[in-house]
Design a protein around this ligand. Structure first.
Ligand code: TYD
Ligand code: MG
Length: 459
């Protein structure tokens, strides 16, 4: 006799399951995120049987042996190739997450059209838009003639049957995983249970057929639908599409990649005719630099293997509040707190009665510790009212003692700065820069205090 389905409560935010309902999720602390779902066991056809059959012995192998490099399908978009590590791997599952309206459907339609134009079979299942809407977008992008096979469908069984019908596809796009449903589960589309079950079936289809499957996942802050996080562990590659809706620049970032590096970014610009690749991101991030205003410093950063120059802007103003404001966009707020504390304790510059705003231009998010020195320079410049020279770039990590520590890839950063016409680089005292490789002048800083002394407040 089949076992009765067990009642489970799954958190729509983090995916943790519980036997009893609770107001607050024990996993992530989110309120009202538990939704009742039926645990129907492993999805049908997954080959998993709990109990019953005795297992057979599998052949164990060593780590050495002939294994070929994964083949790749070039995407026709250099930035997407860069992020995926050279193109889409047949039989792999890719998740593309991002906020609604950021451009996921646009990017994937461009990808599908490129592959279809190159003679590959590309299927595009849209669960959110009618085929007419997708066609309109294709027309706007100038891709209406591409032989992409399109359907508006949300039923998993129909999608699998269609994909397996006739010639096997090279690429299957599911837009989005949150709209899919499988009738083996009672939960509504967009719940953790449905997302897991449908994603698992699609990934199995990818492995068996050799088709690459791309799943779109919306990231929502409201938590009404489960986020792509709950299926990240199942797929081979996780890409996030980031950007500001008020800003045309979009960054595609690899968070996980079983077939390539994870620290690469792809840069795109959302234009009238879809996403355009940006070959030289530094030019873009420095494009509209503010004139001689104090508080702007150019940081020579590294994203993945690629140097990126970006302006860091600071505003330091006397505060009328008991607890002054600290607001950061594009950088870590605890990193700002640390730099402020070091300026206070080690350099004698106290901003305790000032509001501090810090912004990374162009919508870029910086995670590198090497941005400390540039941020400190921007803060000191705004505080003192002395603009920084326009032809200077800054990089270096600031330690709690105030010492400026060496950063990685220093020669690469210098080369990029030189290429973009900068004349002086302010950088850590330690660390090899292969001086012969660049003609840019170098100003070494051992301690943050030295920088603070050169930027003393004007009266
Ligand atoms: P879309 O790909 O639908 O986003 P998502 O699938 O991530 O929800 O992109 C939607 C936005 O992109 C929309 O606000 C309009 C804009 N857009 C352009 O600016 N140019 C274009 O050529 C296209 C197709 C869209
Ligand atoms: Mg969309």
């Amino acid at each position: 006799m089949a076992k009765a389905a067990k009642q489970l409560y799954a958190c729509q935010n983090c995916g943790v399951t519980a036997n009893k309902w609770a107001g607050k999720c024990a996993g992530c602390g989110e309120w009202n995120s538990l939704v009742e779902e039926t645990d129907a066991g492993p999805p049908p056809g997954s080959g998993i049987r709990l109990g019953g059959r005795k297992g057979s012995v599998v052949t164990l192998e060593g780590l050495t042996g002939d294994t070929e490099e994964a083949p790749r399908i070039p995407t026709g978009l250099i930035e997407l190739d860069r992020v995926t590590g050279g193109g889409v791997v047949p039989g792999s599952a890719i998740l593309i997450g991002g906020e609604p309206g950021i451009g996921k459907s646009t990017l994937l339609l461009q990808l599908a059209a490129n592959l279809a134009n190159a003679g590959r079979r590309a299927l595009y299942f849209s669960g959110e838009e009618a085929t007419a809407q997708v066609r309109l977008r294709a027309e706007r992008l100038g891709l209406a003639d591409s032989p992409v096979a399109l359907a508006s469908e949300t039923n998993l069984a129909n999608i699998l049957a269609t994909s397996a019908d006739g010639d096997l596809p090279d690429l299957v796009i599911i837009d989005s995983i949150q709209t899919l449903w499988s009738d083996t589960l009672e939960a509504p589309p967009g719940t953790v249970g449905q997302m897991r079950a449908t994603a698992q079936s699609l990934i199995r289809f990818a492995k068996q057929s050799g088709s690459a499957v791309i799943l779109v996942g919306h990231v929502t802050k409201e938590g009404q639908i489960a986020g792509p996080k709950v299926i990240e562990h199942m797929v081979d590659t996780v890409l996030y599409f980031e950007g500001d809706r008020g800003n045309p620049f979009r960054l595609l970032r690899a968070i996980k990649n079983r077939f390539g590096a994870t620290d690469e970014i792809g840069v795109f610009e959302m234009a009238d005719r879809g996403l355009q690749e940006v070959r030289n991101p530094s030019e873009l991030f420095l494009g509209d630099r503010s004139g001689d205003a104090p508080g702007a410093a150019v940081f020579a950063g590294i994203e993945g293997t690629r140097p990126v120059l970006v302006e860091i802007q600071a505003l330091v103003a006397p505060s009328a509040l008991g607890t002054p404001r600290r607001a950061v966009v594009g950088w870590d707020s605890s990193r700002l707190a640390m730099v402020l504390a070091v300026l206070d304790a080690r350099c004698g510059v106290s901003l305790a009665s000032h509001d501090v705003y810090l912004n990374v231009a162009g919508g870029l998010k910086i995670t590198e510790p090497a941005a400390d020195l540039a941020a400190a320079a921007a803060l000191l410049s705004s505080f003192s009212g002395v603009p920084l020279p326009k032809d200077h770039v800054y990089f270096g990590e600031v330690s709690l003692s105030g010492a400026v520590r060496a950063a990685s890839h220093m020669p690469n950063r210098l080369r990029e700065a030189e290429k973009l016409g900068f004349e002086v680089a302010v950088l850590p005292a330690a660390g090899d820069i292969e001086k012969k490789a660049s003609a840019i002048q170098v100003s070494r800083v051992k301690h943050l205090k030295h920088l603070a002394d050169t930027l003393s407040p004007c009266d």
